[in-house]
Ligand binder design. Structure first.
Ligand SMILES: [Zn+2]
Length: 330
């Protein structure tokens, strides 16, 4: 086993309900022998598979933490076959300040895997999760939303994988989650992602994007809650009938999905989330912010499909992702 400095304050392999922390020593100005305390709950009912459910990988995304707090507070071990490990706020330092990245070291948790036992705070947390929690799991669900700078149509996602059997299991789990949209997802930058680490360990992995703008809605939280329960039924951990509604399958075929701005300016959306666009159609325009009387610059879709994500807040910087276009399948 690795020499992680993280210590769980609860047993990971006992029957029952346990709420505690992953404790990571963090000596600093305001606490000489202090620690970062990351909440963890383990609810176990005997033989069966293990699900690892995570939120707060990015600290400004709320559907996952809300759904997982509800699950941690209510799951009854008597109704569980196997074990559910819940980390509602994976990157607790980032979550505490409502930011994507950690205020301690600037670390983006989802670019920090597989982590290091002797690295930054964010790398140490990532390393413990990768080496001590993921190996226990058969299925992993990691909740995301757009955070403060993106807004998404609500979707669960699985990746195209080299192992087609594993890919099929991930796609089936994504379908079981049953968000209003289901995405065959292409990552803009998959190095260091939790997704990549979990998949490389051969696990069934589902991620989500459920909204954004640095908050949640009643509708997006309902999608998160229903999805977790459906997934636990799918995994054979909970009994019951999954709640299944229609879900539109989307695909991100290549890098043309991403509309990246080569200018800064004030964002005028020309298409809203869920709207259909054609290749070459402007999805937004950018107005100058420092003088009047000039024409706006247009940002065009590079393929036809549905506007699946958009930049959030009214100002766009150079290099910002302004929109994502995905294509309905079938
Ligand atoms: Zn995220």
């Amino acid at each position: 086993m690795t020499n992680s400095p993280v210590t769980p304050t609860i047993p990971l392999d006992a029957i029952g309900t346990f709420h505690g922390f992953l404790r990571l020593p963090h000596s600093r100005d305001d606490s000489a022998w202090g620690a970062v305390m990351i909440p963890i709950s383990v609810i176990a009912g005997g033989d069966g598979p293990t699900a690892l459910l995570t939120g707060g990988n990015h600290g400004d995304e709320y559907e996952g933490p809300i759904a997982l707090q509800g699950l941690a507070a209510t799951l009854d071990p008597a109704t569980i076959k196997g074990r559910v490990i819940i980390l509602p706020m994976m990157n607790l330092p980032a979550f505490s300040v409502g930011r994507r990245c950690s205020p301690i070291d600037g670390g983006n948790m989802n670019r920090s895997f597989p982590g290091r036992p002797d690295g930054t705070v964010t790398q140490k947390i990532a390393h413990y999760i990768a080496t001590h929690l993921v190996p226990l799991a058969d299925i992993v669900l990691d909740y995301h939303s757009g955070g403060r700078t993106l807004d998404f149509l609500p979707f669960a996602a699985a990746h195209i994988l080299p192992d087609k059997q594993q890919e099929a299991a991930c796609m089936a789990a994504m379908a079981a989650f049953n968000a209003p949209y289901s995405m065959k997802m292409l990552e803009i930058d998959n190095v260091g992602m939790f997704d990549t680490e979990v998949e490389s360990q051969g696990k069934v992995f589902v991620t989500t994007e459920l909204g954004g703008g640095g908050t949640s809605t009643a509708a997006s939280v309902a999608v998160a809650r229903k999805g977790a329960r459906n997934l636990l039924i799918h995994a054979g951990i909970l009994d019951g009938t999954p709640e299944q509604g229609p879900s539109t399958l989307l695909d991100m075929p290549d890098g043309r999905c991403f509309v990246i701005s080569e200018h800064a300016g004030m964002l005028e959306p020309l298409v809203d989330l869920g709207g259909r666009v054609s290749e070459g159609q402007p999805i937004a325009r950018l107005w100058p912010t420092d003088h009047s009387g000039a024409a706006p610059r247009h940002l065009e879709a590079r393929l036809s499909g549905i506007l699946t994500a958009r930049h959030f807040s009214g100002l766009v910087g150079m290099g910002d992702c302004v929109g994502v276009i995905a294509q309905p399948v079938g």
